[in-house]
Ligand binder design. Structure first.
Ligand SMILES: C[S@@+](CC[C@H](N)C(=O)[O-])C[C@H]1O[C@@H](n2cnc3c(N)ncnc32)[C@H](O)[C@@H]1O
Length: 303
C-alpha cells in the first residue's frame, strides 16, 4: 500500500500536502479489491501483512489500471452509493456523492406517503433506482436509460442488491419508456454538461466516463427541457420531480419548471452550498400546495 501511495503521488505529480490523499486512495483501492471496509482492512493489517497470491495479483492489477489514469472506481470495479456497493465500469457514470443527496431529498419529500411508483430517468449503474427501492417505501420502481449498456449494468446491480420491491428496467429516451404510468416520484440525474464545457472537465471524467452520461445539447439544457415538458403527464397529482442540476443553470431550470406549470418549485443546495437539486411538484387537485419540507441537504430557497 505504501508503494502504491508513493506511485500515485508521483504519477499525479502531487506535493507533500496532497500525499495524504494518495495514502487514502491506496487504502481505498486495497480495501475495495479485498472487499473490505477501511476499518476491516486496518484490523487485518494490524494482524500482519499477509496476502494470498490471488489477492496480491488482484491488487497489482487494479493498481496498474489506476496508475494509467483510470478512475479508482473503474479500476476496482465498484463504487459505494448510500447503502449500496455497485458494480461500475466505463459503460456507466461513477455515481457521485451529490447524487446521494438528491436521493435523500427525494425520499424526504414522499416519506409520509408510502406506496406508489418511483421512476429514475437515466439510471446508469442503477444507483438512484436501487436506493429508492431499498430505502423508500414504494410499491415498485421503474428505471430507464437511453443506453442499452447502462441498463445491462443496472440489471446486474439489481441482482446483487436484491431490493425488497420490484425494479423494472426499460430502454428509451427521456420519458418515452414511462408513457401512461402514474408516478408518485420521478428522480433524474440527467447529462447536463454543455459540449462547449468539455475542456473544463477533469481528464479522469472526460477521457473515461461515457459521453452519453455527461453531455447534453442546448447548452446542457436539452434533457431538462424533455423532462419538464413531459413529467406533469406522468406524475400523479401532488407527485414530485427531483433532478440533479448544474449549479450554473439551476435558476434557469427552475424558471422553466414554473413556466411548465409545476408548483412548489425550489432549488436546494448540496452540502458544499451549490445550487444542485431541483424539486417541483405536480399541483394537487386541492387548491393549496404544501411547502417543500426541510431535509438534510444544505437548505432551500425559492426559485
Ligand atoms: C449523469 S448519468 C446518471 C447516471 C446515474 N443515474 C447516476 O446518478 O449515477 C446520465 C444517464 O442518463 C442516460 N441518458 C442520456 N441521455 C438520455 C436520454 N435522452 N434518455 C434517457 N437516459 C439518457 C445516460 O446513458 C446516463 O446513464
Amino acid at each position: 500500500m505504501r508503494e502504491l501511495a508513493e506511485a500515485l503521488a508521483v504519477s499525479t505529480q502531487v506535493e507533500a500536502e496532497v500525499r495524504a490523499a494518495s495514502d487514502r486512495e491506496a487504502q481505498r483501492l486495497v480495501a475495495a479489491v479485498l472487499d473490505q471496509t477501511p476499518a476491516q482492512l486496518s484490523l487485518r493489517m494490524r494482524r500482519g501483512p499477509s496476502l494470498a497470491s490471488a489477492e496480491a495479483a488482484a491488487i497489482h492489477g487494479a493498481a496498474v489500471r489506476r496508475l494509467s489514469g483510470e478512475p479508482l472506481a473503474y479500476a476496482v470495479g465498484t463504487a459505494a452509493f448510500r447503502e449500496l456497493v455497485l458494480q461500475v465500469d466505463p459503460r456507466v457514470l461513477i455515481p457521485r456523492p451529490e447524487t446521494e443527496e438528491v436521493v435523500g431529498v427525494a425520499l424526504a419529500l414522499v416519506a409520509e406517503r408510502p406506496g406508489g411508483l418511483a421512476i429514475d430517468i437515466g439510471t446508469g449503474s442503477g444507483a438512484i433506482a436501487l436506493s429508492l427501492a431499498v430505502e423508500g417505501r414504494f410499491e415498485r420502481v421503474i428505471a430507464t436509460d437511453l443506453s442499452v449498456d447502462a441498463v445491462d449494468v443496472a440489471r446486474a446491480n439489481a441482482h446483487r442488491v436484491a431490493a425488497p420491491v420490484p425494479v423494472e428496467f426499460r430502454v428509451g429516451a427521456d420519458l418515452a419508456p414511462v408513457t401512461g404510468e402514474r408516478a408518485r416520484l420521478i428522480v433524474s440525474n440527467p447529462p447536463y454538461i454543455a459540449h462547449a464545457e468539455a475542456d473544463q472537465l477533469a481528464p479522469g471524467v472526460r477521457d473515461w466516463e461515457p459521453a452519453v452520461a455527461l453531455f447534453a445539447a442546448e447548452d446542457g439544457m436539452a434533457r431538462y427541457h424533455a423532462l419538464l415538458d413531459g413529467a406533469l403527464a406522468v406524475l400523479e397529482p401532488g407527485g414530485w420531480l427531483v433532478c440533479e442540476l448544474d449549479a450554473r443553470r439551476a435558476q434557469r431550470t427552475a424558471e422553466l419548471a414554473r413556466a411548465e406549470g409545476f408548483a412548489s418549485v425550489g432549488v436546494m443546495c448540496d452540502l458544499s452550498g451549490r445550487d444542485r437539486i431541483l424539486v417541483a411538484q405536480r399541483p394537487s387537485d386541492a387548491a393549496s400546495h404544501p411547502a417543500v419540507p426541510p431535509n438534510s441537504a444544505g437548505g432551500r430557497h425559492d426559485a
